[in-house]
Design a protein. Structure first.
Lengths: 270, 329
């Protein structure tokens, strides 16, 4: 019985010792980082508000996470490039409170859209692909516009933006409609993909088939506002949209080349 | 176009590093580089900065050419308005920073960025001329076009791309967060059919001065006051003086990060409609919403409406049938 009591005592002491060691270990910075510091950093010259640096945009990665924050120094220049090999932090002056972690990437597969020699009564098509990636759960929006309508190289005449097929009620820069009548000249585009604007997926008119419904580009020279082409409020990993451009000319169109510029703007959600 | 009397000096020096890969590019990587004449990545996508009046701040954006062609890049700064629903910036037309108002403003000449080159672009924010204490949602735009664009032989179009980095600047002498979230609207039915789900959507409004993250949860309780379903809100930020629809996911320890908040990479689908469905709902259900410091509770009553309608229709048909039969007999 005495032996058993001693054994129990020893067991209790060992238990207490283990708990003590565990608490000591947990409170050391090796195991439990100083969360209080991460919650709120401030000095006379800077403050990081809201505490949670990486909230909403993923988490820190490894030893060189893409968190940029300041340490209150007075120098005015940056001391490194985040994302650069061998660089741990980017350090700037001033203060800031939240940076979204991760990158926002936007790609376009073809920058020279060549319709070739146009023939009246024939609709010509070319296409390219827009690709977007974002780790931020705020998502993204891709807008598009043209700097001007398709304009003759002499600047004298234009090919109007499409108004789509007769009987559809007409399309504009905000709404896509069916356009497959080769006798309807103009310039427009179709978008296909999971996150393209809803008018390109409409069932009335039936835009569910590929490259059936077209829209005008917003015309910057006519002060039209650029329009969203693809948009999502979620994380994106190489999300694509296939853009098909369609051009048709009428029989009395002045001979020569017609050119314009298309601009896409990818904006991350906040 | 909103005019903001804020001076921004674009530091003429670009601190950049050229990170060229070795000459032997792995096949997989080479395939990735194909068909990317214009490809840019920017970091951070969004920055929230707090600045005291009369202070200056250096904000740095990392821009990388991830494509396979040299690009010519120019910068522009514009303001945006929240869309009030999803956190989508609505860019304003034109630039905010009018040179006539800010004669010292200079964004420099277009610069070239080679494939795989990484540049850090530093903006010095100086609020000396800005006295209004408020939040300024801005977007830095990087307009890029290929330097090797060649006109085709026929009609066509050249394509350019722009990538943006949001900058939400809060000017205030106060070092404390001054955001305040309220439940602006709860869209939920008063009565629901027993065979249909209860669906709730919530709009949050920030009546404070700076952006605030959404924090809270929604619980659905049955008549016994037992929690039968629970959602945790995703910490989207609501900008000052704007609204945003709350998103969330069914509560589970597996989707939380180390801060006990939703980890977006662990959640496949964030929902804007919180729903509860059972085989047969009956009686009152309490919807308890906890947002920041605010709580609201609403009651939804589930009734077998469709079943009752079927019974009433059945009875009416039977009565009509028997009456008609009696008349015929």
């Amino acid at each position: 019985m005495k032996v058993f009591t001693q054994f129990t005592k020893t067991k209790k002491i060992t238990g207490f010792s283990l708990i003590f060691l565990l608490i000591t270990a947990l409170t050391s910075q090796q195991i439990l980082p100083p969360l209080a510091e991460a919650e709120r950093l401030e000095s006379d010259s800077y403050i990081i508000q809201f505490g949670n640096f990486n909230m909403g945009a993923g988490k820190r990665e490894g030893t060189s996470y893409d968190l940029s924050y300041t340490l209150g120094q007075t120098a005015s220049g940056p001391y490194g490039d985040y994302g650069d090999t061998g660089s741990t932090y980017f350090v700037g002056s001033g203060f800031q409170y939240i940076y979204q972690i991760g990158e926002f990437e936007f790609s376009i597969s073809d920058l020279d859209l060549d319709f070739g020699i146009m023939t009246p009564g024939v609709l010509s098509q070319v296409d390219n692909t827009l690709t977007i990636s974002t780790r931020g759960a705020g998502g993204y929006t891709v807008y598009g516009y043209e700097t001007q309508p398709m304009t003759h190289h002499t600047g004298t005449t234009e090919i109007d933006d499409t108004t789509c097929d007769a009987g559809t009620g007409g399309c504009d820069e905000t709404e896509a409609k069916e356009w497959d009548d080769a006798d309807e000249p103009g310039f427009g585009f179709n978008a296909q993909g999971d996150t393209v604007s809803s008018d390109f997926k409409s069932t009335d008119p039936d835009c569910s088939s590929d490259s059936i419904c077209f829209r005008q580009f917003a015309d910057q020279s006519n002060s039209e506002s650029m329009q969203a082409i693809m948009s999502s409020a979620y994380i994106a990993d190489d999300v694509e949209a296939l853009i098909t451009y369609q051009l048709g000319i009428e029989g009395i169109q002045a001979a020569g080349n017609y050119q314009t510029s298309i601009v896409y703007i990818a904006v991350p959600g906040y | 176009m909103k005019k903001i009397f804020l001076s921004i000096l674009f530091l003429s020096s670009f601190f950049y590093s050229r990170i060229f890969y070795s000459k032997t590019i792995p096949l997989a990587q080479a395939q990735l580089l194909q068909n990317k004449p214009l490809s840019l990545s920017v970091s951070p996508p969004t920055a929230y900065l707090h600045l005291k009046p009369d202070e200056s701040l250096l904000h740095t954006i990392s821009l990388k050419n991830t494509g396979d062609q040299t690009l010519s890049v120019t910068m522009q700064l514009t303001d945006f308005k929240p869309d009030g629903v999803s956190g989508k910036p609505i860019l304003s037309n034109g630039t905010v920073f009018d040179k006539a108002i800010n004669p010292n403003l200079s964004f420099g000449e277009p610069f070239l960025i080679e494939p795989n080159e990484n540049r850090s672009i530093s903006l010095r924010l100086d609020t000396a001329k800005l006295s209004v204490e408020k939040e300024y949602p801005l977007t830095v735009l990087f307009h890029a076009k290929s330097v090797s664009n060649g006109a085709g032989e026929g009609s066509g179009a050249s394509v350019a791309g722009t990538i943006a980095s949001n900058l939400i600047l809060f000017i205030s002498p106060n070092e404390e967060s001054q955001g305040e979230l309220l439940i602006e609207n709860v869209d939920a039915p008063i009565i629901v059919d027993s065979f249909f789900p209860i669906q709730i959507s919530i709009l949050a409004k920030n009546v404070g001065l700076n952006a605030m993250p959404i924090r809270g949860e929604l619980k659905i309780k049955n008549i016994m006051n037992q929690v039968i379903d629970e959602y945790i809100f995703y910490p989207d930020r609501v900008l000052a003086d704007s609204t945003r629809q709350i998103r969330g996911a069914p509560f589970s320890a597996q989707i939380l990060d180390e801060n006990q908040e939703l980890d977006p990479e662990k959640v496949k689908n964030l929902q804007t409609k919180f729903s509860y469905k059972s085989l047969f709902l009956l009686g009152p259900y309490k919807i308890s919403i906890n947002l920041d410091q605010q709580q609201r509770e609403i009651t939804v009553i589930a009734l077998p409406i469709s079943l009752l309608a079927l019974i009433i229709i059945g009875v009416l048909m039977y009565v009509s049938y028997t009456t008609l039969r009696k008349k015929i007999v």
